[in-house]
Design a protein. Structure first.
Length: 423
């Protein structure tokens, strides 16, 4: 009887905390998305002119100035920052990081920097989770669990994928492991945040294009094909990672203020768009939608867009611009899939495009379980089948490197790390 009472107390406690985290993070995701959409709408007129090539200079300058002045840890793609904090500092996040990350990321993305919304929201979500844990006067181990809830909730809300979000927080921390004991509460937080986000903003799905019916996965035709596509996607992921961190390493050797580096990277981003196309600017989600429904993209143009998106994202994030890498990863993967679809003349191009989209993300970030579920939530169960093959094949090919270099190989590797709290 005593054991039952203790179990009920534990379940009640963590259900309440998980839902609270989901409510707070979901509301924060709404504020961030609303602010970002307002900025994009405000600048829509300029984006239709030649000013679009110069806008990233100002946006990235402001992003770099904000982070350099108020919160250096808010620079770059925030997911790595919150993973580092979780692994080495019990998930501790300074309060100032949350508003600065929001503002800096709005400047980056609204003005055309090639970055996504996931990094800012995951860092903010983890930070808000930490603050909730401190307010509730929980122990350090419990606070770390809440940080994972915040990370998962932010992903589930922003990408309108509550189940994938529930897995994301537990999977992204390690390259070959999962924080299993947080899965249930992470699911609760992610589902709660998703409903807050979807109800307030009226956005039930990340993509607005209709998924055409008629595709049937045929094992004898598709298994070998998508394994081959997965291998190619894995190599594209490695090229993407090397490009981003190659530019970041170069920037670290240059001793000038961050805002100088980001402003220069903004100029390079604009130049890349001038050579390739303005379609590579921003998150890239609209580009994914265009190539998913249109059949007038030639292979040459797709190759140019692919190279341009990788390079522009490397400039934007590698310089210290505040933003995420998930949306660019989806775009790079979708472009890779579109190229393969053109070359193979496949009967159902969307199957390769969507598999490529989640495949690059799953392999570059080492989250193949998350991206498999993401494929099901965004594109449907039938399209999840080829996506699963591509996600796990590409993750195996790209396992030597990752976008999230602060992640550890496994929980046992993390156990060897000495935590420093309060320093």
């Amino acid at each position: 009887m005593r054991q039952t009472a203790s179990s009920l107390k534990y379940i009640t406690k963590w259900t309440g905390i998980s839902v609270l985290v989901g409510l707070v993070v979901g509301a924060a995701a709404v504020v961030f998305t609303g602010t970002l959409n307002w900025g994009i709408d405000l600048l829509a007129g300029l984006s239709e002119t030649n000013w679009v090539y110069l806008m990233p200079i100002f946006g990235l300058f402001m992003s770099g100035w904000l982070t350099d002045t108020f919160a250096p840890e808010a620079a770059g793609h925030g997911t790595d920052a919150i993973i580092k904090s979780y692994n080495e500092n019990w998930g501790r996040v300074n309060f100032i990081v949350v508003p600065i990350k929001l503002l800096a990321s709005v400047f980056t993305i609204a003005f055309g920097g090639s970055a996504g919304r996931e990094g800012p929201t995951v860092q903010m979500g983890g930070g808000l989770g930490y603050m909730i844990g401190k307010k509730l006067k929980l122990g350090l181990k419990d606070i770390r669990m809440i940080v994972i809830c915040g990370m998962g909730a932010s992903f589930g809300a922003i990408f309108t994928a509550p189940l994938a979000g529930g897995v994301f927080g537990a999977e992204v921390l390690y390259r070959d492991d999962v924080e299993y004991n947080t899965l249930f509460i992470s699911f609760l937080s992610s589902i709660t945040a998703y409903y807050v986000y979807a109800i307030i903003l009226g956005q039930e799905s990340l993509f607005t294009f209709p998924i055409p019916e008629g595709y049937i996965f045929e094992p004898e035709r598709d298994i070998i094909l998508f394994i081959g596509i997965g291998v190619l996607v894995g190599f594209v992921s490695l090229a993407y990672i090397k490009s981003l961190y190659g530019y970041e390493d170069l920037n670290e050797e240059i001793q000038v203020p961050t805002y100088v580096k980001t402003a220069f990277a903004g100029a390079l981003t604009g130049l890349t768009a001038l050579v390739a196309s303005p379609m590579i600017l921003g998150t890239g989600i609209s580009l994914v939608e265009r190539i998913s429904v249109a059949d007038d993209f030639g292979t040459g143009l797709l190759l140019l867009l692919l190279a341009g998106k990788i390079i522009a994202t490397s400039f934007t994030i590698g310089s210290g611009g505040s933003g995420g890498v998930v949306a660019p990863s989806l775009t790079i993967g979708a472009l890779t899939g579109a190229i393969m679809s053109n070359l193979l003349n496949y009967d159902f191009p969307l199957a390769i495009i969507t598999a490529g989209a989640v495949g690059v993300l799953g392999s570059a970030a080492h989250i193949p379980v998350t991206t498999t579920i993401l494929a099901a939530e965004l594109f449907g169960l039938e399209l999840m089948k080829p996506a699963t093959i591509v996600c796990f094949t590409s993750a195996w090919v790209a396992r030597s490197d990752t976008l999230y270099r602060e992640s550890y190989v496994s929980r046992s590797a993390l156990a060897k790390v000495q935590h420093h709290y309060g320093e």
